[in-house]
Design a protein around this ligand. Structure first.
Ligand code: NAD
Ligand code: IPM
Ligand code: MN
Length: 351
């Protein structure tokens, strides 16, 4: 039988709560398959940093590389916790992992599942996927500050876009569009202002489009994209965009499709030179952490993306079907369910 060897990083806040449910469902979905699931948990995150001073030691990174895939919860300290510098764990652990493991495709599907209420009055059929670049853009830490604390302070964050980096993510997005029924790709950028990066993205899309004659493509500035995501989200099929625009658009997309507690993602190394990492789009949600109030569905759907990526699409489909059934039943519920109750219901629904 096949062996799937996974690293589990629960992290902080609601991370451990939602990951416990995702693991429950993962086990259930693979027990009838001919696979042996090996799970190794790694303690990383703000709490771990406070105890040990470690963000992501080299040995841990090396150990993580040896797994088939990583399931990640969320990291980040509570805003009032002044002991942890803002964003330290996010940058030195989460982003470091995405960069080191070359997760150049940050895949964020957005679907309005049947029965799920959207805040939009008339959302229509919403089923699109954001292909967010994952290793470049303003996220690379290319910047600095001069004359800090003076009236002459200058702070810069320089967005880095390489021909190689843009081309590989654009090609991936076209390939995804070609495999979807509507075969449509929208480049979202801001080339009216961000001229240099914008033109590299546009030229790349035009060049790669020639390889995919069956895929229709268009362009939208990111500010206008936020309008259309709210007024007419069903117009989108595949969106390809840079790291920061993709971050912002996918929280909005989550809200439009029933809430951030449903939004799943995969940080994919499509060359398979290192393990890919799957995580809910949301963060550690300190405002509801430790209270069993978090919706574990995003983490569970991320586990389904993981199974798909490691070659178990049937198990992935079974999780998605169980999630869909659970979502459809939610309208009839009168009381809020605990995180573990939602996980139990979905695990039970995996057939
Ligand atoms: P957040 O996503 O943690 O929370 C935003 C809002 O959504 C909060 O009101 C929260 O209660 C709600 N929410 C999030 N997940 C939910 C779920 N599963 N069920 C129900 N409600 C949910 O974003 P934030 O408040 O901006 O960030 C909190 C911390 O998390 C920060 O330290 C931030 O840097 C970090 N963060 C980490 C990740 C990650 O690990 N991938 C992602 C985003 C933010
Ligand atoms: C996300 C998060 C991260 C990002 C942060 C925590 C670094 O917001 O996964 O969407 O900006 O990518
Ligand atoms: Mn985000």
């Amino acid at each position: 039988s096949a062996t799937i060897d996974l690293a589990i990083i629960p992290g902080d806040g609601i991370g451990p709560e939602v990951i416990a449910e995702a693991v429950k469902v993962l086990k259930r979905a693979t027990e009838d398959e001919d696979v042996r699931l090996i799970l190794t948990e790694y303690r990383l995150g703000a709490a771990h940093w406070l105890e040990t001073g470690e963000t992501l030691p080299d040995e841990t990174l090396a150990a993580l590389r040896r797994h088939d895939a990583i399931l990640f919860g969320a990291v980040g300290a509570a805003p009032g916790d002044t002991r942890v510098p803002s964003g330290l764990i996010e940058r030195e652990m989460l982003l470091k992992l995405r960069f080191a493991l070359d997760h150049f495709v940050n895949l964020r599907p957005s679907r309005l599942f049947p029965g799920v209420p959207s805040p939009l009055a008339a959302p229509g059929e919403v089923d699109f996927v954001v292909v967010r670049e994952g290793t470049e853009g303003p996220y690379v830490g290319n910047g600095g500050a001069l004359r800090v604390g003076t009236v002459h302070e200058i702070a810069t964050e320089v967005s880095v876009n390489t021909a190689h980096g843009v081309e590989r993510v654009v090609r991936d997005a076209f390939a995804r569009a070609a495999a979807r029924p509507r075969r449509k790709l929208t480049l979202v950028h801001k080339h009216n202002v961000l001229v240099h990066a914008g033109h590299l993205w546009r030229r790349t899309v035009e060049a790669v489009a020639a390889e995919f004659p069956g895929v229709e493509h268009d362009y939208m500035h990111v500010d206008a994209a936020t309008i259309h995501l709210v007024t007419d989200p069903s117009r989108f099929d595949v969106i390809v965009t840079d790291n920061l625009f993709g971050d912002i658009l996918t929280d909005l997309a989550g809200a439009v499709t029933g809430g951030i507690g449903l939004a799943a993602s995969g940080n994919l190394n499509m060359d398979r030179t290192a393990p890919s990492m799957f995580e809910p789009v949301h963060g550690s949600a300190p405002d509801i952490a430790g209270q069993q109030k978090a919706d574990p569905t995003a983490a569970i759907l991320s586990a389904a993306l993981l199974l798909e990526h490691v070659g178990l699409p049937a198990a992935a489909r079974r999780i998605e079907a169980a999630v869909e059934a659970d979502l459809a039943s939610r309208a009839e519920l009168t009381d809020a369910r605990a995180t573990a109750e939602i996980g139990d219901a979905i695990a039970l629904g995996v057939s």
